[in-house]
Design a protein around this ligand. Sequence first.
Ligand SMILES: [Cu+2]
Length: 469
Amino acid sequence: MLTALIWLASIWTFTHPVASGFTARTADDTLASPPLLANLSHAARTVEVNLTAGVGKLSLVHGSAANVYAYNGMVPGPTLEANEGDHVIIHFRNNLPEATTVHWHGLHIPADQDGSPLYPVQPGKAHDYIFTIPYGTAGTYWYHPHPHQHTGYQVAQGLYGAIVIRSSSDPLPKSLREKVLILSDNRFRGDGSIELSDELSDKGQVDLVNGREGNVFFVSGKQMPVIDIEPGEIQRWRIVNASASRIYRLALGGQSFQQIGSDGGLFEHPADMKEILVANGERVELLVRGSGVAGSVVPLQALPYDRYVPQTRPGAWNQSVDLATLRYSTGAAVIPQSIPATLRVIPVLDTLASTATRYISFSQGLINGRMMDMDRVDVSAKLGATEIWQVENLVGMDHPFHLHGFQFQILDRNGVPEKDRRWKDTVNVPKHETARFIVRYDDFPGRWMFHCHILDHEDHGMMGILEVR
Ligand SMILES: [Cu+2]
């Protein structure tokens, strides 16, 4: 109870700091990018933060407060921001009634700091996560719990947050207003409490197949926030899909936008888009332009996307959902910033250097016909090796594949070569399709997870272990 009161007090008195890159919102702009974790260190190139997972009561939807799990008393948790080359120390404390971990999704860091299920932090215990951010990895990442068989539950209870890694050589104008949009959905009872279905119930069985989906949509913890944009302005949006299973096919009411980055940071060149698919676990960076009629609004929408088997496809799957409102201000036009045509050079991972191909098949609940075994190594590889992974989805629903610790480059999807070179850590493999990627284990020996990022699937065994030695 005391914890809850402290939390509520801290929420009520909380003001959003204006920090590097993130600009204060205007009076009626209701999107609040989560606050940054305060850096306690005065040392150069060092980020030292406190992060506590605890229980409390928060009002996530209108109505009475829900029992939640939260990082530092907030859902979503505060954003971890660091620069390439920074030494990062996270003093983590587990005040939950169960074991947890903090997985730094996408970061290239030592295996024992990755927050995998092999390194649980017991209730009441503390653990310092310590790592250095490699150069060339600036981008948008996120953190979430990854305890054995209980990740879906803990994320549903409110544990997820964004990570922003910055580079001193970021090619985009520093004056662009930045927004962090963490997409999530959750399911609630009438009284505002979080609804988790019994696995044995009909609903629970559907959740096991589809992955649990929510009936309420959040952008950085807010329902239908308003995002103001000035005429001519270009905003930089960092989007994280933190949903347990939902794949977002995003559109801006038909307005085009540019994608400038994905999981492992910026692209080589901006790409013009009218819609974009963001699977759970993935991130995208977009440039959005204030090109609409002054005073008009367009919705940020999730268009219908059929990732389901017909038997459990939700009735409303073919309905678009509005997630946020983009509003074109009536103020004076600003002169658009110029965006460089080349953002950076991404080194080629050469297929001729590959020394093995790893065949991974997804069937419902299984990888290569087997369930996860924490004591079994599924793929054993040499440190420094370059390898190709072929991930084949044998069944009639999508499974997004995530490899811990290493960014990879997609070679082809269903035999169609990938047009552009991009760093990825998660790739959606649609029903009955195959994706191939190339990866180099350039550092960090140890045991690494690979899994389906539908959290119910991961928790029920769609996971394996890569050992790099
Ligand atoms: Cu799956």
